[in-house]
Design a protein around this ligand. Structure first.
Ligand SMILES: Nc1ncnc2c1ncn2[C@@H]1O[C@H](COP(=O)(O)OP(=O)(O)OP(=O)(O)O)[C@@H](O)[C@H]1O
Length: 457
């Protein structure tokens, strides 16, 4: 009989409880009950699955095999068992599946000649073989790759983003320009990291969730010491609700041109300041001298590029050139672009393709035509295109995005109503810097080696 009161058994029970609590706390009890069966099944079927997905390699082994042998004296062919060197399929080593919320993670040892990308390419096949929603590569280190199996789509229900109730308790220094706007399909937070990927393209058909993403960005950025600048050629209907938190809003073509040339002037002044300090970007400047970062929100990019007559053509060319300059130089000088539009492609006119090439961050919501998905994600991965084309209309806000690790993910923004975003804008109205503050920020201090105070003007 086992003595259940034995101190070693008690210690073991405490250890198991600790491990379960630390690692598996977010996993439902039901899943913990069924998981061992699933884990065993994954291990048992791995050789067939790996072979079916082309992840096995031929290795030579000494093996007992049946070979046809000719008995010379009689001329009869007889089957013989021989111990000989033969080529056999070798599967990659697989760790024990670890349960996590809405799925599991498994680490594999790469076979000679394999790279993590080989696994990324067969994720869809693995998902079908394992009878689960999706499989994603979530990490890699030399000789290892970690896959996440997603058993229940976490994007089906995403909690709405709630603006912080108290002013100034909504952000931490390390969150500057890194607002959380939703959830990735891996269950992790979707952080739009403007410090890492300075410019973003937000494409999608009508009612696909583009404005919702802008709302989520407003809620995330409103508490932070950044200037928000709006371009809304839909007469201001989209962005004017957030006017309290916007440093500038342009709603006509003439205003857009003026605002763009002001932004370029600010960029020029920051360039000069960086040169005087001998640094390459504003993030290397001393804290006191760092200018206020500017996030430029463009609602419906196509409106900026459409020309009704020849007179507007020149204005459109100037707009395109200014946007391209900001896209090329903005990262170093703290000016970030978020370009939203239903179609963002060469059909909008010259300059758009060059602009698109400068935008590293991509968000592709549901689209009506394959070309838009190609325009937004075409340079990422063919599988990303397939994923974007299969976004269902009943899941607005779902998008295929570039992650901070350079991979693509399905993600969904947290629902933020216009009222909630407006409320956040009003709550943080006092944080809004004026245009003069933006233009002068970081330049009002005496610069090393500078005896001309013209920058402080
Ligand atoms: N992440 C989300 N979660 C839940 N519902 C959402 C989400 N995003 C959008 N929706 C719903 O979809 C509707 C359309 O979203 P939104 O207005 O953002 O689309 P849009 O792409 O900007 O459309 P349009 O181009 O016509 O302005 C919203 O009213 C909202 O109810």
């Amino acid at each position: 009989m086992i003595d259940l009161g034995h101190p070693l058994l008690k210690l073991l029970a405490v250890l198991v409880a600790l491990i379960v609590w630390r690692r598996w706390a977010p996993v439902s009890y039901w899943y913990l009950l069924v998981f061992p069966r699933k884990a065993l099944w994954l291990r048992w079927t791995w050789r067939h699955v790996a072979s079916g997905c082309g992840l096995t390699k031929k290795r030579h082994r000494w093996w007992f095999t049946t070979v046809p042998g000719l008995v010379a004296s009689t001329g009869v062919v007889r089957v013989k068992r021989r111990f000989q060197r033969v080529a056999v399929d070798t599967k990659p080593w697989m760790s024990l599946p670890r349960p996590i919320r809405d799925g599991f993670r498994i680490t594999f040892h790469l076979l000679d000649g394999q790279v993590p990308d080989d696994y990324a390419k067969v994720c869809e096949r693995l998902a079908h073989a394992w009878r689960i929603e999706a499989v994603r590569v979530v990490g890699s280190r030399p000789g290892r790759v970690t896959l996440q199996g997603i058993t229940r789509d976490p994007l089906a229900h995403v909690a709405p983003a709630v603006p912080p109730a108290e002013p100034h308790d909504g952000w931490r220094a390390e969150d500057l320009l890194r607002p959380v706007v939703g959830v990735l399909e891996t269950g992790a937070a979707w952080r739009m990291d403007l410090r890492l990927i300075p410019h973003w393209m937000n494409a999608g058909a009508t009612q696909s969730g583009k404005s919702n993403l802008i709302n989520a960005l407003i809620v995330g950025l409103a508490p932070q010491p950044v200037a928000l600048v709006g371009f809304d050629l839909k007469g201001g209907v989209e962005l004017s609700a957030y006017a309290a938190r916007l440093t500038a809003l342009a709603t006509t073509r003439a205003e857009c041109l003026d605002l763009l040339s002001d932004l370029i002037a600010v960029m020029g002044a920051r360039m000069l300041a960086c040169r005087r300090y001998g640094v390459r970007d504003i993030w290397q400047l001393p804290d006191a001298a760092r200018p206020i970062p500017v996030v430029v929100l463009v609602d419906e990019l196509a409106e900026l590029f459409l020309t009704a007559d020849k007179a507007e053509k020149d204005q459109v060319t100037r707009t395109a050139t200014a946007l391209l300059r900001i896209a090329q130089l903005g990262r170093a000088f703290g000016i970030h672009l978020i370009l939203s539009g239903q179609r963002i492609g060469s059909d909008l006119g010259p300059g758009v393709t060059a602009l698109r090439a400068q935008i590293g961050g991509r968000v592709c919501h549901r689209v009506n035509d394959p070309e838009t998905a190609v325009m937004t994600l075409g340079d990422l991965d063919p599988d990303a295109l397939v994923a974007a084309r299969s976004i269902a209309p009943e899941l607005p806000g779902v998008a295929v995005i570039t992650g901070s690790d350079g991979r693509w993910y399905r993600a969904r923004s947290g629902y933020v109503s216009t009222t909630a975003a407006e409320q956040a804008a009003d709550t943080y109205a006092d944080v809004t810097p004026s245009w003069n503050q933006v233009a002068a920020s970081g330049l009002g201090h005496e610069l090393p080696g500078s005896d001309t105070p013209e920058l402080a003007a």
